[in-house]
Design a protein around this ligand. Sequence first.
Ligand code: PLP
Length: 395
Amino acid sequence: MVTLNPDYRKVKQSYLFSEITKRTKAFQASHPDAKIIRLGIGNTTEPLPEIICDALENASRRLGKRETYSGYGDEQGNSDLREAISKFYAKLGLTIPVGEIFVSDGAKSDLGNLMQIFEKGSVIAVQDPVYPAYVDTATISGHQIITMPCTPQNQFFPEMPKQPSVIYFCSPNNPTGAVASRSQLEQLVDHAMQTDSVVVFDAAYSPFISDPKLPRSIYEIEGAKKCAIEINSFSKSAGFTGVRLGWTVVPKDLVVSNTKEGEANAVWNRRQTTFFNGASNIAQAGGLAVLTNEGQEACQKVVDYYKNNASMIRAGLGESGITVYGGRHAPYIWAQMPNGMKSWDAFDKFLTEANVVVTPGSGFGSQGEGFVRFSAFGHQENVQEAIERVKKLKF
Ligand code: PLP
């Protein structure tokens, strides 16, 4: 008999975004004149810088000429892009050789695919609240999930699991906007080394970090190459949410218990060369332009635009008496509702009284109850208007 993977039955229905859409549509239908502003999802809104568009356009034109046409590239990514990524790390003072860098079609694919290299039934530890893809991909892959509560009381830095685990750790964090300090990341790496755990560090939002004292890569922490994999993305740093490009670093020094040095890197290489035929060559040409000095400068301006939105949201919510976290080195503001208001009640209030869509924090895990997430991805004029409306609400 052929059966489907039963673990798919264990995945919770993605209630969060479908319910947001359902409630928003119903409200719009009954209030056709309401100008709804969406600050719910983490999708980029600003155009790509010219230099990146030129690179994408030129790459597609090269495909139109016999002399410059190219087909499949290396599954691990084109060598010029991998070298550029290696140089990107060198600017942080880090040595990450090309052989440890694997280009992908985005961080989400890799954070899920990485689950495949760990034995079924492994313990996957995730922060709570959490980006839901970690939990769903761990469930489908047949792993056990344990949660690490992240609250204002622990400054959103959780207690570590007692047992050896694959610890998915995201900083700057989605959804809380919290960013881990150097000493917190030292604790994380120390813990992983002592418990034979592996850290999967999601650095998708690292370009939002503007304080040079805060690490942008887990490899800034001594010893991390022995215990950590890092995922990164061009989505939020360069507006590639639709173009699709990212990378993962699997160090050759990484030792997962009962393997030898280099084996984890070789297994990931095997996984990628078996299941993946490489990222789009057009996207990779765009990525190469992103990593030039000019590209970095242009992309940083867009990141700064979103960061300015985040500051406006923080300030506006603060004036309304809402306690805010995050939003300084991240595009997300984690807003704690006053008087014990529940997340979905707050969602309804923002929608019906200010016509602003946010994301209920409870959708990211039990520790998100009582919070909502504001996203700073949006046109500045819309963010400004949304905040003016929110400031008039009474809680
Ligand atoms: N990791 C986190 C924490 C995210 O919030 C997201 C997207 O919102 C991703 C990964 C996915 O990134 P990508 O677009 O590169 O797949």
